[in-house]
Design a protein around this ligand. Structure first.
Ligand code: SF4
Length: 326
């Protein structure tokens, strides 16, 4: 079946005094109906830029974005409108997307108002959405400050889903929440996905959340995907040294487990002057002469594992994958 979203070699670059800065350097991925793809990497690696570029909130400077068969990469404002309904965005701070002087019902229903719905229809639909996210329909008449952080995030979900999008780009949607509320919101998102078939691109620096919610994973470093594949396979055995370092640095619930060490040495290099060759070579414990001279291409079996590394921890050939830790 055709993917809902196909992103091909997407680039975002900005002019500077000394040339161009590449925030995204040729990113490829697909998103299928009912699927969650996690996007991980350190702050500043280009995750949010990718989300905004896919939403057409910032212009891309190369590559293409397709929704189904439709190429939306260069559509003007008006031509883009029908596709806007298919794609929505959820942010870390829903407060920022809710007008404090507007009732919650007004904020959630605004896209329907723009689409020309009648007031009674909007009220009914907003009530349904509030109930879908576990809030009473009567919450529509209250204001954002009257809700807790977790409730506001639920309102953010309702707002993102009001137009029944096929795709939601979730940019750190639960990072600001307490652990217990975070679990509730994540479970709610999964529940809604099972009922509606919505696909999520889930951007997060929190690996434990991504492991829980994602079917597939994209690992990003300096504006490039350096590893991709099914989440459980990557968790069972990362192929790229950067992925291995990220996983090793991720906190785990079991204090006896070997993860939780900070083995990711050094700072993320500036995209203004990225290192030559492999962009990770300045921090990679496996770096060799070839890594400093030649940039590794993303290779592997497309549907399974891909890795951009000259000397991966193992070859991303499905036949050589380590056994899954079930
Ligand atoms: Fe490390 Fe070399 Fe692989 Fe880059 S190409 S991740 S420097 S081993």
């Amino acid at each position: 079946m055709k993917p809902l979203l196909t992103v091909n070699h997407l680039q975002v670059s900005y002019p500077t005094r000394d040339g161009r800065v590449f925030a995204l350097s040729g990113v490829d991925f697909t998103l299928n109906r009912g699927e969650t793809v996690g996007l991980v990497g350190e702050s500043g690696c280009g995750k949010s830029t990718l989300g905004k570029a896919v939403m057409r909130l910032i212009p891309s400077t190369g590559g293409s974005i397709h929704i189904g068969d439709a190429d939306i990469t260069h559509l003007g404002r008006k031509a883009l409108l029908p596709y806007r309904a298919d794609m929505q965005m959820m942010f870390q701070d829903p407060q920022g997307s809710l007008n404090p002087r507007q009732s919650v019902g007004k904020s959630i229903g605004r896209p329907l108002e723009v689409a020309g719905w009648h007031a009674a229809q909007i009220r009914r639909r907003v009530g349904e959405l509030l109930e879908l996210v576990g809030l009473p329909a009567a919450a529509a008449s209250r204001y954002p400050h009257e809700f807790s952080g977790g409730q506001r995030q639920r309102i953010g979900i309702a707002r993102a889903l009001i137009l029944e999008p096929k795709i939601v780009i979730c940019d750190e949607p639960v990072s600001a929440l307490d652990v217990s509320v975070r679990a509730q919101v994540i479970n709610l998102m999964r529940d809604i996905q099972q009922r509606t078939g919505v696909a999520y691109l889930f951007i997060s620096h929190d690996l434990s959340v991504v492991e829980y919610i994602s079917d597939r994973l994209l690992v990003m470093y300096l504006g490039r995907i350096v590893e991709s594949g099914p989440t459980r396979q990557i968790w069972a055995g990362p192929a790229h040294p950067y992925t291995a370092a990220l996983l090793a640095a991720a906190p785990v619930a079991d204090p006896r487990a070997p993860r939780g060490q900070n083995i990711l040495a050094g700072e993320l290099p500036s995209p203004i002057s990225p290192p030559p060759g492999c962009p990770f070579h300045t921090r990679c414990p496996r770096a060799a002469e070839r890594c400093r001279a030649e940039r590794p291409a993303l290779r592997g079996s497309g549907a399974h594992r891909q890795v951009a590394c000259h000397f991966p921890l193992f070859e991303p050939d499905a036949a050589q994958l380590p056994p899954l830790a079930l």
